[in-house]
Design a protein around this ligand. Structure first.
Ligand code: DC
Length: 225
């Protein structure tokens, strides 16, 4: 099995940023599994398919044509990089992600990312369900208020609409749905290292996680900065 590092955590915990930097640092592939659920949420909304229409959702999930090109995400050839980052797309993602059949339909697709020279995968269930044998499992978290603030800044930087009190409320709502769903709930794997980033910089988190990667996969230690 190739080296696999999983980074799970709630919305806005910084797991996407840390996953990308870690993948660059060690020269590994990177899987943003949240993007997949966001793409499905967007595709379903466009097709006017509600989260309760399970068979249609699974059809869409199985037929979705997704391409990751550098920092861009394409859905059936259309650049939807910004469209999937809105709070509306995040909420749509959280709803379709609560459907067990949808998660089953996307499982193998995600596992196919485990290729040489190795993978950093971020999401909610990377360490618990998708890659239970990963050598390094991180559960990255931060307080809901801090996460809302980070999301607010990210959206503003992208020139997107943002409202802080609404973001705080949405983060609480999304956390509740992601944590209490019946399948693959947002929980740290038993063997995960829990990192609270509320008062840590990205660099501090990265150093802590990179240290664990070097211990678990000495063969990667040469490449890590
Ligand atoms: O990480 P994110 O905010 O881009 O994820 C969007 C939604 O997708 C999130 O609310 C829950 C869902 N998701 C999931 O259920 N499982 C994953 N592995 C990744 C995301």
């Amino acid at each position: 099995m190739v080296p696999i590092i999983t980074i799970d955590g709630p919305s806005g915990s910084g797991k996407g940023t840390v996953a990308r930097l870690l993948a660059d640092c060690f020269g590994l592939h990177c899987l943003d599994s949240g993007a997949l659920y966001r793409l499905l949420g967007l595709a379903a909304e466009r097709a006017r398919v509600a989260p309760s229409m399970v068979a249609r959702l699974v059809e869409i999930a199985s037929a979705m044509q997704v391409e990751f090109k550098g920092d861009c995400v394409l859905l059936s050839g259309e650049d939807v990089t910004l469209a999937i980052r809105t709070e509306q797309a995040g909420n749509a993602a959280s709803q379709v992600a609560a459907v067990p059949e949808v998660r089953a339909a996307l499982l193998q697709w995600q596992r196919n990312y485990a290729r040489e020279p190795g993978l950093v995968a971020d999401g909610r269930d990377m360490g618990t369900v998708v890659f239970p044998d990963a050598g390094v499992k991180i559960f990255l978290t931060a307080s809901p208020e801090e996460r809302a603030k980070r999301r607010y800044n990210q959206l503003k930087e992208k020139g997107l609409d943002a409202n802080l009190p609404r973001l705080v409320a949405e983060i609480y709502e999304r956390d509740y749905r992601d944590t209490n769903r019946s399948v693959a709930p947002l929980l740290p794997a038993k063997d995960a290292l829990v990192v609270d980033s509320t008062v840590l910089s990205v660099r501090e988190v990265l150093e802590q996680v990179a240290g664990n990667v070097r211990c678990a996969y000495p063969e990667l230690a040469q490449q890590g900065a």
